[in-house]
Write a protein that binds this ligand. Structure first.
Ligand code: PSV
Ligand code: MN
Length: 426
């Protein structure tokens, strides 16, 4: 859709303005003793997975408004992700949800991925919906179900997902359960936990030895009285009982309003238990809005904890698997994803310009106002030139969303795929 030549032409036209703002920022940061080159390298190495289900317009229970030109199959989804990655060179990973995106022809999917230099990230199982022809229903739960046959069906599904993942060279399985209850008394809490833990342990045993398992929590929705895995503590306990390669996955939208997510992140990193991360933006709950659109300061604070732990030699937690988990119904999904990737990298860059030793000093001295100054100084620094420089150095575009619009990509996709093509997903 967009050729390398068009990207270089765009970059040439924006080069002067970019160097002016980068030089200005470099001066500011050098005065703070911050190594600009190192930061750009760190931004360059940050890779975010795009979920195969976020490329179409999302819907709500009140309706879905297709934008047109949506990818109708996995191959077209891969093409869309390739386009995003051509522009920002930071989103070369695809996360698949099965059975929404069953890879029909594995060799051709693999060669398409190779052609576009993309890799498969975590594979996700789906036991929150019934599929046509499925023997047992998940209406009253899956891995927690009171009936053994239902639990077994859900376990077998997870094993199938692992098999697909092995063929596609994935290295982790993400498990998110909708299991829970809507009314007090409906479910025996301890029994439901025990059955879930037992099922997860069985799935874990089927994981290849170089795989990890990511256990995602969510406080409510689709069940509104209780969820079997409502919080990071439950994910943590389930992981501990499954084995060393089971870890917690934090989805930003899966917290009650005003939860201190950055503290959860710090705690999990401290115990080497943060395995994965789902980015999205939220006002109230699991709103699936664009990352950073509503609470950019919170996103920065979360990155501050991640960056702090990642540079601390005492912390053994490897870099978590980053993924965007959003799909909105009022935007072009590709524009939404470009904005999310950029917002994530900006928050990361802001965290990298925190004057860390000064912050630690202020914390140790109980200099409350001083510590706040350090944090806000970093947050209020316009670090966008660093992110643009990272795009540029990797062969991407200085402004992915601008070129996407100028080249009229959506109109061309509609022409190619039709006005009513719909992507699979929620
Ligand atoms: C559930 O709300 C969730 O965050 C899980 O990660 C699912 O896999 C995904 O959303 C489905 O959109
Ligand atoms: Mn999620």
């Amino acid at each position: 859709m967009i050729e390398q030549r068009q990207i270089s032409d765009y970059n040439k036209s924006a080069a002067k303005e970019h160097s002016r703002s980068l030089n200005f920022l470099s001066d500011v940061l050098e005065k703070r003793d911050i190594d600009v080159k190192k930061i750009v390298e760190k931004i360059k190495s940050f890779k975010i997975a795009i979920p195969s289900w976020a490329l179409g317009t999302g819907g709500t229970r009140f309706g879905r408004f297709s934008i047109g030109g949506e990818p109708a199959n996995l191959e077209e989804k891969i093409e869309d992700i390739a386009l995003l990655n051509t522009l920002n060179q930071s989103s070369g990973l695809i996360s698949l949800h099965i059975p929404w995106d069953i890879p029909g022809n594995i060799p051709s999917v693999l060669s398409l991925l190779k052609k576009h230099n993309l890799q498969v990230d975590s594979v996700n199982s789906n036991t929150f919906q019934d599929q046509p022809g499925q023997k047992h229903s998940y209406k009253f739960g899956s891995l927690c179900h009171t009936q053994k046959e239902v639990r077994e069906q859900a376990i077998v599904h997870n094993e199938e997902v692992i098999e697909y993942g092995k063929k596609l060279k994935a290295k982790s399985l993400t498990v998110w359960l909708a299991d829970g209850s809507n009314f007090p008394g409906q479910q025996h809490f301890r029994g439901a936990y025990e059955r879930t833990s037992d099922s997860i342990n069985k799935i874990y045993k089927k994981l290849p030895s170089d795989w990890s398992m990511l256990i995602e929590y969510k406080p409510y929705e689709p069940n509104f009285y209780s969820m079997v895995i409502p919080d990071w503590g439950t994910s943590y306990m389930l992981s501990k009982s499954a084995g060393d390669r089971a870890k917690v996955l934090v989805d930003l939208g899966h917290h009650l309003p005003n939860t201190n997510i950055e503290q959860i992140v710090a705690r999990l990193m401290h115990f080497n238990m943060l395995g994965g991360f789902h980015f999205n933006g939220s006002m109230y709950g699991d709103d699936d809005l664009t990352t950073g659109a509503i609470k950019p300061y919170q996103l920065f604070l979360i990155f501050n904890e991640l960056a702090d732990a990642l540079q601390d030699k005492k912390i053994k937690n490897p870099v978590p698997a980053w993924m965007i988990d959003a799909s909105h119904n009022s935007k072009d999904p590709l524009e939404d994803l470009l904005q999310s990737v950029e917002a994530i990298l900006i928050a990361y860059a802001q965290a990298l310009v925190v004057e860390r030793s000064s912050l630690v000093q202020k914390q140790n001295d109980n200099d409350v106002a001083g510590a706040q100054e350090v944090m806000q100084n970093a947050f209020r620094t316009d670090v966008r030139p660093l992110v643009r420089e990272a795009f540029l150095q990797k062969g991407g575009c200085l402004s992915p969303i601008d070129i996407y619009r100028k080249e009229g990509v959506r109109a061309r996709l509609i022409k190619q795929r039709g006005k009513s093509s719909m992507a699979t997903g929620l």
